[in-house]
Design a binder for this molecule. Structure first.
Ligand code: AOS
Ligand code: ZN
Ligand code: ZN
Length: 387
C-alpha cells in the first residue's frame, strides 16, 4: 500500500457526520415501540445526547432536527443550546406524513386544501432554517397510491413539481433542499418519488439548490448504490446521504452493520468522485430499537469512519494502472487490499492526535453519562412515529 497514512489521517480529521435527533428517542416497529431508560424528553435533551456522540468521536458536530417532533417555541434558543453543548443544528427534516389529512398524500394529494397545508409546513421549515442557520432542508414524502387506478400517476407528478418549485423559490442563497426517494412504504403500489431518477429529474429542472439525497435503505434489494452515487456526483446532483443498513426493507439499522463492504464501495465512489467535501451532507438516518441509543450512534459514526479510512487507503495509482492495463484481477486485488486493511489502529492513533480517547465506545461507557440520564430522566419521548 503506497498511500500515505498521514494523508489519510489529514482527510479523516475533516470528516463530518450528522446524527439525527430521532435516533435518540424511543423507537420500534409497528408492532412495538420499546421504552428505554434515560431517553430524552425534549429536543434539548436529544441535542445533549448528540453532543455526547460528538464528544467521543470528534466528527459528529451537528444534529438533524425533525419538525414537528422537535418543535419548540424558540428555535434561536434551541440553536444556542446546541452551540453551548459544542454542536450545531443541522438539516431540518420535514414531516408531511403523520397527519390524518395525508392519507391520500401530502403535496400530491388530489385535494388542493391538503396540498396547501403540506406546502405551508415545508415553507415553515425554511423559516426555521433561517433562524437555526441550517443549510439543508430534507424532503421525504410518503406520497403514493396503494391500488391501480386510485389516482392519476402523471397528475401527481405535476402536483409534486408545483410544490417543489414553490419550496425552491423560497430558499435563501445559502440554502438547499435535499430530495429523498424511496422505493415503497408506506405506499405499496406507486410511490411518487420511488427512485433516484425521479428525484434527479425534479431537481435538475429546478437548479443547483435542489439536490438528491441517497438513503441507503431505500432501494430494491441488489441495487448497486455506489453506481448511483458515482452517477449523481458526476452530474453535480448528489446532496447527501441518509446512512443506515438494511437486510430486508427500510430497516434503519446501524450503518455498516449489514454490509460494511457496500459502505466502503460507496465511500470509494464519494472520494473518487470529489464528494468528500462539506457540500455533501453525510447524515445518519437510523433507529435503535433494541440497542442503546447513544452507543448505537457512536458505533455508527465509527463504522462510517472505518469505511472512509479504508477508502482513503485505496492505492489509486496502482488501481488506475491495473484498470488501464485491463488487469481485472490486479485492479480487484488493489481494491480488496484496502478493504481488508485493519484501520482500527490508525483511527486510534488519529483520535489520540485529536485529543480523544482511542476507543470512543469505552470512553462513553466510562463517562457515567448513561447512569446520569438513566436516573435523571423518566418517561422519555418516542422518536416520533408508532407511539
Ligand atoms: C423515511 O423512510 C425516510 O428515511 C425519511 O428520511 C424520514 O424522514 C426519516 O427516516 C424519519 O422517519
Ligand atoms: Zn431517510
Ligand atoms: Zn427511510
Amino acid at each position: 500500500m503506497t498511500t500515505d497514512t498521514a494523508q489519510a489521517k489529514a482527510a479523516l480529521r475533516t470528516q463530518r457526520i450528522e446524527t439525527p435527533s430521532w435516533a435518540y428517542g424511543n423507537s420500534g416497529t409497528r408492532f412495538k415501540v420499546f421504552a428505554q431508560q434515560g431517553v430524552p424528553r425534549t429536543p434539548q435533551e436529544k441535542i445533549d445526547d448528540a453532543a455526547q456522540v460528538h464528544r467521543y468521536t470528534g466528527i459528529a458536530p451537528s444534529v438533524a432536527l425533525h419538525i414537528p417532533w422537535d418543535k419548540v417555541d424558540d428555535y434561536a434558543a434551541l440553536a444556542e443550546h446546541a452551540r453551548e453543548r459544542g454542536v450545531q443544528v443541522g438539516t431540518i427534516n420535514t414531516n408531511v406524513f403523520q397527519d390524518d389529512d395525508y392519507m391520500l398524500g401530502s403535496v400530491t394529494n388530489p385535494d388542493p386544501a391538503v396540498r396547501k397545508k403540506a406546502l405551508n409546513h415545508l415553507l415553515e421549515c425554511v423559516d426555521i432554517m433561517d433562524v437555526t442557520g441550517s443549510r439543508d432542508l430534507k424532503l421525504w414524502f410518503s406520497d403514493g397510491t396503494n391500488y391501480p387506478g386510485q389516482d392519476d400517476i402523471r397528475a401527481r407528478q405535476d402536483r409534486l413539481a408545483e410544490a417543489l418549485a414553490a419550496v425552491y423559490e423560497r430558499l435563501g442563497d445559502d440554502q438547499r433542499f435535499l430530495l429523498e426517494y424511496k422505493l415503497f412504504e408506506p405506499a405499496f403500489y406507486t410511490t411518487d418519488l420511488p427512485d433516484w431518477g425521479t428525484s434527479y429529474a425534479h431537481c435538475l429542472k429546478l437548479g443547483p439548490k435542489a439536490q438528491v439525497v441517497v438513503d441507503t435503505g431505500h432501494h430494491a434489494p441488489g441495487t448497486n448504490i455506489e453506481f448511483i452515487v458515482a452517477f449523481l456526483l458526476r452530474e453535480g446532483k448528489l446532496g447527501g446521504f441518509d446512512f443506515n443498513s438494511r437486510f430486508y426493507a427500510d430497516d434503519d439499522l446501524m450503518v455498516g452493520a449489514a454490509d460494511p463492504f457496500q459502505l466502503f464501495r460507496i465511500m470509494h465512489e464519494v472520494i473518487q468522485g470529489g464528494g468528500y467535501t462539506d457540500e455533501i451532507a453525510f447524515m445518519l438516518d437510523q433507529c435503535h430499537n433494541i440497542e442503546p441509543k447513544i452507543p448505537g450512534q457512536i458505533r455508527s459514526v465509527m463504522n462510517v469512519q472505518e469505511a472512509t479510512a479504508k477508502a482513503l487507503l485505496v492505492d489509486v495509482e496502482a488501481l488506475r494502472a491495473a484498470q488501464k492495463a485491463g488487469d481485472v484481477l490486479g485492479a480487484n486485488a488493489v481494491f480488496m487490499d484496502a478493504y481488508n486493511t485493519d484501520v482500527r489502529p490508525l483511527l486510534a492513533e488519529l483520535r489520540a492526535e485529536m485529543g480523544l480517547a482511542p476507543d470512543p465506545m469505552a470512553a462513553y461507557a466510562r463517562s457515567g453519562y448513561f447512569e446520569k440520564i438513566r436516573d435523571g430522566r423518566k418517561d422519555g419521548q418516542a422518536a416520533g412515529w408508532g407511539a
